[in-house]
Design a protein around this ligand. Structure first.
Ligand code: ATP
Ligand code: MG
Length: 391
């Protein structure tokens, strides 16, 4: 009596027609990629059936339920999944199996929850609940509790088969990575930006990353950190591109030629310009940062709008309403926190002003940028970009 399939449930409402089929195919493909990478040779096929996906495990996979579960927990678009036993649509067989799976485990109360999308099967869900419930009660002597049982025997009668299971495991929810288009995320090495990228992935964006560094004026620590972060984020999206941009030559110009208090904003405007140029080349429709309203000087409403003014592409800020503690908790959950807090030499900390402007006015910024060859500097930075593939 081995768990030989995993039923995968997604929950986005309003998925109809073509969208639904696209969504399902993407989810199917993402599960395949994640399992192939993190729990290889565990399944024979992944099929679609009546509002859910079914992973058919091979012999090896049936002994690897725990590692498969760990992988599926990170697949975006899965609301919950259930390792299950597949059997025939026959009441006697179903009942015998239910008795068996409910014979083990420490619990006092139970209920049966049957669903019967296959109306060819002549027995109603209610009748299945009653009859199988009575059989389990007779064999185990446990008590029935319909409203708050300690253990549930689920029976799904669907797709010409019956599936029995006792555990539903929560997935990430959201949408499968890839169904919502592409986003270019500005990844700093800090705590916030990887969390922001995670939330975009969770809503179905395929995310690539750009990191700005000041090597050789700093060490390579921040680059090493973003590489390690991306490896962590690969549990959600396996194939990731990282663009590394050298910012030092721009920073030198800014430092020498412009007023000190606007430096951070000027750097940021360069960053988003370079990122936008890159995004356009990659046919990516939006940028993304880890800004949270009011967290630091560059993240006041005034400064954010001055930074954003430099580009026309949408700039997404999924963390805008998050408190630092909430962001930290999520960073821990996605396992990027320990990397984020490692010491590095942030490119902006290098030439940071003592008193940064918190409410920059656009016309003052324009005056500063008049002193620079903005277009040339952007083009030069884009031309020198280094690309790394994570796959
Ligand atoms: P984080 O924890 O993400 O570094 P932060 O609180 O330190 O954020 P800032 O330093 O103001 O805030 O950065 C705001 C956002 O700008 C970051 O979340 C990130 O998206 C982007 N950013 C900042 N520095 C860099 C960098 N060196 N490379 C790429 N993106 C950056
Ligand atoms: Mg930072």
């Amino acid at each position: 009596m081995k768990l030989d399939v995993i039923l995968c449930h997604y929950g986005e409402i309003g998925l109809k027609g073509k969208n639904r089929s696209y969504f399902e195919k993407m989810l199917q493909e993402n599960i395949r990629k994640a399992l192939n990478r993190f729990a290889p040779d565990t399944f024979a096929s992944i099929g679609r059936m009546y509002g859910r996906l079914i992973i058919r495990l091979n012999d090896h996979g049936q002994n690897e339920i725990e590692s498969i579960t760990a992988v599926l927990k990170n697949v975006c678009g899965l609301v919950y999944f259930a390792p299950a036993i597949k059997t025939v649509q026959d009441m006697e067989t179903i009942t015998k199996l239910a008795e068996k799976i409910m014979a083990t485990g420490e619990y006092a109360t139970f209920r049966v929850t049957a669903r019967r999308p296959d109306k060819d099967f002549p027995i109603s869900a209610q009748k299945i609940n009653e009859d199988v419930g009575a059989a389990i009660l007779a064999v185990t002597g446990k008590k029935v509790n319909l409203s708050n049982p300690e253990k549930i025997c689920f029976i799904d009668v669907v797709d010409k088969r019956a599936f029995l299971y006792t555990e539903r495991i929560h997935g990430q929810g959201g949408l499968p990575v890839g169904v919502s288009g592409k986003v270019l995320s500005l990844l700093s090495g800090g705590i916030d930006s990887p969390v922001a990228a995670y939330y975009a992935m969770k809503r179905g964006a395929a995310v690539s990353f750009v990191h700005f560094h000041s090597v050789p004026y700093t060490n390579e620590a921040s680059i090493e950190k973003v590489r390690e972060m991306i490896e962590k984020l690969q549990v959600f999206q396996q194939k990731i591109t990282l663009f590394l941009v050298e910012l030092a030559s721009i920073q030198k110009e800014v430092m020498v030629l412009t007023a000190e208090k606007y430096r951070i904003i000027l750097y940021r405007r360069f960053m988003v310009r370079i990122a936008e140029a890159l995004a356009k080349k990659q046919r990516t429709g939006a940028l993304l940062t880890g800004d949270s309203l009011g967290q630091v000087a560059s993240q006041t409403l005034e400064n954010m709008s001055v930074i954003e003014e430099a580009i026309s592409m949408p700039l997404l800020r999924p963390l805008i309403g998050f408190d630092k503690l909430e962001i930290i908790n999520k960073a821990r959950a996605i396992d990027t926190y320990d990397i984020s807090i490692l010491p590095d030499q942030d490119c902006c900390a290098l030439f940071v002003p003592k008193h940064p402007a918190t409410k920059a006015r656009l016309k003052d910024i324009f005056i500063e940028e008049e002193k620079l060859n903005v277009d040339d500097l952007v083009q030069e930075a884009v031309a020198n970009i280094k690309i790394e593939q994570f796959d």
